[in-house]
Design a protein around this ligand. Structure first.
Ligand SMILES: NC(=O)c1ccc[n+]([C@@H]2O[C@H](COP(=O)([O-])OP(=O)(O)OC[C@H]3O[C@@H](n4cnc5c(N)ncnc54)[C@H](O)[C@@H]3O)[C@@H](O)[C@H]2O)c1
Length: 306
């Protein structure tokens, strides 16, 4: 059994060591393709792989066609929009993610961004505090729950809206469950985005929604850039000089945001929410364990395709 790690942006060495230990303990072979620059390298490496562990690497129909022995792809991380799920199903390949493994890392970054903006990007001027502010968590999944846990320590008043998570699950954490996105944005000084990119959510964070936020509002995005309607966000920030936007996913119009909104716009140079040693190790090892469970016990618990 051959397991390939195919990572354009490699795992930390300790994560690869951890994955190797799991894979070799199961009697399988581990192969590594790191920092590849051409798709052809990936197409060649997948030829005899039975399982592949990826990060943000693209697995499309062409890769699946080339991977004749492939049974499973595990995305070490939460979002799996880099894998063509329909093509995987058509090729009889199981696709999994490793939910929850990097949630704390992303949540810590979201809170860090809030402090950074509240303190005027650490520019030496007097800022504001998070304590007592109303925080809206848009989607109460793995990351959203961790944001709630940490924000409690800051003394924030916490609200959440999730289209699918039952209100009692949210409220048992001491978080007020709201019944619509509109209500969340009307209520909260700070909104932290944790929705996935789906046909329903793409471009859903738009002018009409954001304009309802109170004066001095802040939007923090550690989710996906596709959920933002960038043109409308730019228009809103032009109309609302009090509005701040912090993102871990650089907008396509980053240059425009930077030029127009100095002092109230920040983007990380490259997505770094999950870029911690701990998240790297957790997600990588979870991917290896899930592959072993899949082959040895037929376990498909974290399967994301039909
Ligand atoms: N910045 C990073 O490096 C990084 C790392 C991990 C995850 N992410 C992104 O963060 C987001 C959240 O990740 P997660 O691990 O918490 O995912 P998750 O699957 O655990 O939670 C997503 C939540 O969104 C809810 N949801 C789905 N559609 C919705 C809608 N239309 N309206 C409201 N709620 C909706 C679901 O019910 C679920 O509770 C994803 O977009 C993911 O891709 C980013």
């Amino acid at each position: 059994m051959k397991v390939l790690i195919a990572t354009d942006k490699p795992f930390a060495k300790v994560a690869v060591d951890g994955i190797r230990k799991e894979i070799e303990a199961a009697g399988y072979e581990l192969a590594l393709l790191e920092k590849y620059t051409e798709k052809a390298q990936l197409l060649d490496a997948v030829k005899d792989a039975n399982a592949i562990i990826i990060r943000s690497d693209i697995i499309d129909a062409q890769v699946l066609d080339a991977a004749k022995e492939l049974k499973i792809v595990v995305r070490a991380g939460a979002g799996y929009d880099n894998v063509d799920l329909e093509a995987a199903t058509a090729h009889g390949v199981c696709v999994m993610n490793t939910p929850g493994q990097n949630s704390n890392a992303v949540a810590e970054l979201a809170l860090g961004m809030m402090v950074y903006a509240a303190r005027n990007f650490f520019n030496g001027t007097s800022g504001t505090e998070l304590m007592g502010k109303k925080l809206g968590i848009h989607a109460y999944g793995n990351v959203g729950r961790n944001v709630a846990r940490i924000a409690k320590g800051f003394g924030m008043e916490i609200y959440a809206y999730d289209a699918f998570c039952p209100a009692d699950v949210i409220e048992k954490d001491g978080v007020k469950a709201l019944t619509s996105a509109d209500e969340l944005y009307q209520t909260c000084d700070v909104v932290s985005l944790h929705i996935p990119a789906t046909p329903e959510t793409k471009k859903s964070i738009n002018y009409a929604l954001l304009k309802q936020m109170p004066k001095g509002a802040m939007l923090v995005n550690t989710a996906r850039k596709e959920v933002i309607n960038e043109d409308e966000l730019i228009k809103l920030m032009e109309d609302r000089p009090d509005f701040k936007y912090l993102t871990d996913i650089m907008p396509a119009a980053n240059d425009k945001f930077t030029e127009l909104f100095a002092g109230r716009y920040f983007s990380t140079p490259k997505k770094m929410g999950a870029q911690t040693a701990e998240a790297n190790i957790n997600a990588g090892i979870a991917a290896a364990t899930q592959i072993v469970g899949f082959f040895k016990d037929g376990c498909e618990k974290f399967r994301v395709n039909k």
